[in-house]
Design a protein around this ligand. Structure first.
Ligand code: NAD
Length: 384
């Protein structure tokens, strides 16, 4: 490797200010691998709040900028400018921020949903290709080693031809008008911040990405019903979506933020002619695999062989639970590994590229767009 690739990588962050949720998770997940350092940021549009976060993180305040556009310009001009930027602001701002950094020649990690408009997502895709930059979209849940094994089982043909996928993601946290005093709830239920959808955009995109990642199935058409159960809410808080995949398999997705009793219960079940898999995000160290006419097998991370890719991301022995932070860190480990190789001028293998990318982000926005279209026409089947 070149000298450049041996140094710690440096990154900047947009969002993740005082009281923010996911920016802090990103910072801690990146820190798990000890190879990248936060050196710059705009943590809030409020300058004082941004500086407060910078102080808490012991950052050099000269690299805390008034806004993202200034940061992109100034970091690009520095010899020791950031290697990548992490975007963890509300959905509506992802496009302009990602565009500014791509145009400045800086690699990007952006949270989902990639954008609020499909045209914008596609424009980012073109920009990534033109500038030949790396772009990750943090669909966290595909980072689990058990999910890598699920993908390997499905794609190796162990399940036979896939017939049906059932995926669900219920949560409870918006079962009441939480938006009155919860800022995460407030912007997610506001179309000017969240986009055309709340529930499908926020968690339906995780379902779409998880199914696509594990099975490789491509959606051909869908029929959606989006509900808004809590009075006065402008956007959906529950959705039921039927899916036809190219090749004949079908699927049913349910996402909800009003499912009383549910925490963060993402679950995917894939049924083929010869077997099935069942993965539950709240128990992510295990994968249930059932070959037809045989007892179910519970594959345990750290104990059982999760395949080459899955094993490469196992950090600690079985019975020592890994979870959300590790799943996030696995996406970052793969992304920064690819970035190091890129900086060293080395080619990237399929394993190096095994992080959710801008195309996955575009698919997520397409999914939201088509689901909203279908629901607006009373659940009519819409071509994908
Ligand atoms: N991958 C996941 O599992 C996951 C989980 C939660 C949230 N998210 C996504 O992360 C994003 C942020 O969600 P959150 O829950 O952390 O929101 P949040 O409201 O907790 O945090 C947003 C932060 O962005 C800052 N901000 C807003 N506009 C800004 C701007 N122009 N410049 C600088 N800072 C700005 C706010 O001050 C705040 O600090 C959303 O797109 C959400 O969908 C992803």
């Amino acid at each position: 490797m070149s000298e450049q690739a041996k140094r710690p990588l440096s990154y900047g962050m947009i969002g993740g200010g005082p009281g923010a949720f996911i920016g802090d998770v990103h910072r801690r997940a990146i820190a798990l691998d000890l190879d990248s350092r936060l050196v710059a940021g705009v943590f809030s549009r409020d300058r004082e709040a941004s500086l407060q976060t910078a102080r808490e993180l012991f950052l050099d305040e000269s690299r805390v900028y008034p806004d993202y556009a200034t940061m992109a310009r100034k970091e690009a001009a520095r010899d020791d400018g950031i290697d990548f930027v992490v975007i963890v602001t509300p959905n509506v701002s992802h496009f302009e921020i990602a565009k500014a950094f791509l145009e400045a020649g800086i690699h990007v990690v952006c949270d989902k949903p990639l954008t609020t408009e499909l045209d914008d997502a596609q424009a980012l895709g073109r920009l990534v290709a033109e500038r030949d930059l790396l772009f990750a979209v943090t669909y966290t849940y595909t980072g689990y080693p058990a999910v890598k094994k699920a993908r390997e089982l499905v794609r190796s043909g162990a399940l036979g031809r896939i017939r049906f996928v059932n995926a669900e993601y219920p949560q409870e946290w918006l079962a009441t008008r939480a938006e009155a005093d919860n800022r995460q709830a407030s912007w997610r239920t506001d179309p000017t911040q969240s986009g055309k959808s709340n529930c499908v955009g926020d968690i339906g995109t995780h379902v779409e990405n998880m199914v696509s990642y594990v099975t490789g199935l491509e959606i051909a058409s869908l029929s959606a019903r989006l509900d808004s159960f809590v009075e006065g809410r402008a956007l959906d808080d529950n959705a039921t979506i039927m899916v036809n995949y190219s090749g004949g398999a079908t699927g049913l997705y349910w996402t909800s933020q009003v499912a009383v009793g549910a925490d963060n219960a993402l679950r995917i079940r894939v049924f083929g002619e010869k077997g099935s898999i069942d993965f539950r995000q709240e128990d992510p160290n295990y994968l249930r695999y059932t070959p037809i006419d045989s007892p179910a097998q519970i594959l345990s991370r750290g104990r059982d062989d999760l395949g080459e890719r899955g094993q490469s991301l196992v950090r600690i022995p079985s019975g020592h639970p890994e979870g959300y932070f590790e799943a996030f860190a696995n996406i970052y480990r793969t992304f920064t590994g690819a970035l190091r190789k890129r900086l060293a001028g080395e080619p990237l293998s399929d394993a190096d590229r095994d992080f959710p990318n801008v195309d996955d982000g575009i698919q997520g926005v397409r999914f939201v767009t088509r689901a909203v279209e279908s629901s607006a026409s009373k659940g009519a089947w819409v071509e994908y």
